[in-house]
Design a protein around this ligand. Structure first.
Ligand code: G5P
Ligand code: MG
Length: 243
């Protein structure tokens, strides 16, 4: 893709929702290149980093991720809200204690960002709303019969989250990250059976999530059989809304 950059005039707080392997990470990378003001948080990358560092949260999440199941909502909320604080986008983390008095954190007015993979459930969406107002929710749609063919050829640079595909976007040097030259690995949840379980989870939890955002009027759907088909439509819509 040509690396044209564009300026956004309004703060864009974007969520990407879509089936496992639909291309959320791929579109995120392209959006970051095109709109330099954006930054991104990938919930899956944050979890994998915790698994690698053997944090208590990572140890708790590891077996669920390997089984293609969702990590509990309260764990995810703690993880994401502390990341939002550490990036300076909000002033304080969310409280997950049911007895505490809810308090609204301050939001950095110019913060423009993409959340890839969070929220995943209607409960996560409701909690996020108390932290940051989201103004654009993208539902990426590609038939699972097409996605399934990509999964076995995905390779990742675990420390950065950079994603490759031996057929679609191979690294310059086989098996090596383009930026660092470090070795690429495959995700433990990228077996076909685990992918099917992840898809099942997605189908069960995404309906109420999408309904939540539909009711708020910020949901936008984009379909395509490839990321190259989806990207230009996504760019045009972002420029229409925020350009
Ligand atoms: P993740 O990490 O969020 P998933 O399952 O939602 O995982 P995934 O697998 O990361 O999503 P993606 O980002 O949508 O997929 O897709 P991608 O990486 O961009 O593309 C997939 C592959 O296809 C890549 O190799 C890419 O190069 C290639 N590709 C892209 N486009 C094309 C194309 O057009 N053609 C071809 N041929 N190839 C293409 O979450 C992982 C786990 O963490 C936990 C859960 O356990 C989850 O299963 N988790 C959460 N749990 C609870 N709540 C949350 N909010 C959670 N977030 C994560
Ligand atoms: Mg991803």
């Amino acid at each position: 893709m040509a690396s044209v950059t564009r300026q956004l005039k309004k703060a864009a707080r974007i969520i990407l929702i879509g089936a496992p392997g639909v291309g959320k990470g791929t579109q995120t990378e392209r959006l970051l290149t095109r709109y330099p003001q954006l930054t991104a948080i990938s919930s899956g990358d944050l979890l994998r980093e915790n698994v690698r560092r053997r944090t208590p949260l990572g140890i708790q999440a590891e077996s669920l991720m390997q089984a293609g199941k969702l990590v509990p909502d309260d764990v995810m909320l703690r993880l994401i809200s502390s990341e939002l604080v550490s990036r300076g986008w909000i002033s304080q983390p969310a409280s997950t204690a049911s007895t505490s008095v809810p308090s609204a954190p301050e939001i950095a007015p110019s913060a423009s960002f993409i959340l890839d993979g969070f929220p995943r459930t209607a409960a996560q969406a409701a909690s996020l709303e108390k932290l940051v107002p989201i103004n654009f929710v993208v539902h990426l749609l590609t038939p699972p019969s097409i996605i399934i063919k990509r999964i076995a050829s995905r390779w990742v640079h675990a420390p950065s989250g950079r994603v490759y595909n031996t057929e679609f976007n191979p690294p310059k040097v086989p098996g090596r990250d383009d930026v660092t030259g470090e070795p690429l690995t495959q995700r433990p949840d990228d077996s076909i059976d685990t992918w099917k379980q992840r898809l099942k989870q997605f189908e069960e939890t995404s309906k109420p999530l999408l309904e939540h955002y539909e009711a708020k009027g910020c949901l936008w759907r984009v379909e395509g059989n490839s990321s190259d088909e989806i990207s230009p439509k996504l760019f045009a819509e972002i420029e229409r809304r925020f350009g």
